[in-house]
Design a protein around this ligand. Structure first.
Ligand code: SUG
Length: 416
């Protein structure tokens, strides 16, 4: 079986809620205190996976992490007098955004011919910094085949690392050698720059990448300031194509030149600010899209429904499809529950180029598995969580039980 791109989506956990925990993430801040709908959220996620599977693409998933996180609750010395944000952190379902689970360098890019993974330390945000321990446990099970995968420890926590959300790969085909592009932010602005340059450089070294096939680019500070807390909010790459907003990088032309020097076949599809402003791009998450190569070799862009509701964005998509560019189709999907916390279609998946046969099959989606997921979610996921419910013991029991039922049905109770 040749190497393929496999998208591993995070199943939305039963504690999904809106606590406004992410400074610099406009959707998270503006939905703070809203009721959330974990069951609907998780079903929206499964529907997105089903859509991509029906398109003939390899689809996997990761299970939600244990919540509420008792270890973090203990470390925070919660006694009821704390700020609500502290109480909410151990409840966060943020591991659904698996683009932040790890950075992945596929086998054709590495000196030892294996696929390297580094779990992201996510140190900038308390509620996300708790993820890596359990994420790493899960990755070790999913990619246990040591002939094909190498698992690294996290980057030392002095350096913020947010994983694949700040990493792009350009290549002729997924199974050919790629050029890996690492995008970092410089601190000092109004919002945190979550991806540090030293973290990116460290990951590139430990993944045994050829320095001539690595590019390091600074994110535009104005984009971070406008709410692009990860680079994947303003650009996405697939094979030869870089689909990007005109204001994504600190020096846009220098970024294209540097990528082209390492990868001459680069095709840039740039959306000018005059057509879609940075603010509109961030509001609709046009770039937080899955840019996919379909089995017939054409490319489709899976965007959030919110893109169709913006006349500027939708007009631009129509004109792009009418032009003779590489992206032939734009397909909206409903992931509104995730979107309200700043997570679009691209945030919800981790791309791993591998032979699916080398992955633990308990993490691979099939028709039957999708039905199984829907059944467990429909039966056990809470329908609604109000902010005042966070900390409630009966809800905690329900969330723990829901996850246990899922693990049991997937034969993954080992992660319990
Ligand atoms: O880290 N939101 C996530 C969204 C992550 C999106 N991922 C990518 N762009 N790849 C974040 O800011 C909000 C949680 C809350 O407020 O309850 C949150 O964590």
């Amino acid at each position: 079986m040749p190497l393929q791109e496999i998208n591993f989506d995070g199943i939305v956990g039963p504690s999904h809620n809106y606590a406004g925990l992410s400074l610099g993430n406009i959707a998270s801040a503006s939905h703070k205190g809203d009721p959330s709908y974990p069951r609907a959220a998780a079903l929206q996620g499964v529907a997105k996976m089903r859509g991509n599977m029906a398109r003939g693409l390899a689809q996997g998933y990761f299970v939600p992490l244990p919540r509420p996180n008792a270890l973090l609750q203990g470390r925070l010395a919660l006694d009821g007098t704390e700020a609500p944000a502290l109480r909410a952190a151990p409840w966060s379902a943020s591991s659904m955004w698996t683009a932040n689970a790890a950075t992945v360098s596929p086998a054709p890019d590495t000196r030892d011919g294996k696929c390297h993974l580094t779990p992201a330390n996510l140190v900038t945000m308390l509620h996300r910094a708790q993820e890596w321990v359990d994420t790493a446990r899960q990755l070790v099970v999913a990619f246990a085949d040591k002939d094909h995968f190498v698992m690294h420890s996290i980057v030392p926590e002095t350096f913020g690392d947010e994983g694949a959300a700040n990493h792009m790969r350009l290549c002729e085909g997924h199974g050919s050698p790629g050029v890996e592009v690492f995008v970092y932010g410089k601190p000092g602005g109004k919002f945190p720059a979550r991806q540090h340059e030293q973290a990116s450089r460290l990951v590139a070294r430990s993944h045994l990448l050829d320095p001539a096939r690595c590019v390091f680019i600074e994110q535009n500070p104005a984009a971070i300031e406008a709410g692009a807390f990860h680079n994947d909010v303003v650009s996405v790459a697939n094979e030869r194509v870089l689909f990007t907003h005109q204001e994504a990088f600190a020096d846009q032309q220098a970024a294209y030149d540097a990528i082209r020097a390492a990868f001459p076949a680069l095709e840039v599809v740039e959306v000018p600010s005059s057509a879609v402003s940075l603010a509109e791009a961030i509001k609709t998450y046009l770039f937080n899209a899955q840019l996919l190569t379909l089995p017939d070799g054409s490319m489709a862009l899976i965007v959030p429904e919110e893109c169709r509701e913006s006349s500027a964005v939708w007009n631009w998509c129509q004109s792009m499809m009418a032009s003779n560019g590489p992206i032939r189709e734009v397909i909206p999907v409903d992931v509104r529950q995730s979107m309200a916390n700043g997570g679009g279609p691209a945030c919800l998946r981790l791309r791993v180029v591998a032979d699916p046969a080398t992955v633990d099959q308990r993490f691979m989606l099939s028709e039957a598995r999708a039905e199984q997921l829907e059944k467990v979610i429909a039966e056990w996921w809470p329908e609604q969580i109000d902010p005042a419910d966070i900390g409630n013991e009966a809800l905690a029991d329900a969330v723990v039980m829901a996850r246990a039922k899922l693990l049991e049905s997937l034969d993954l109770s080992i992660l319990g």
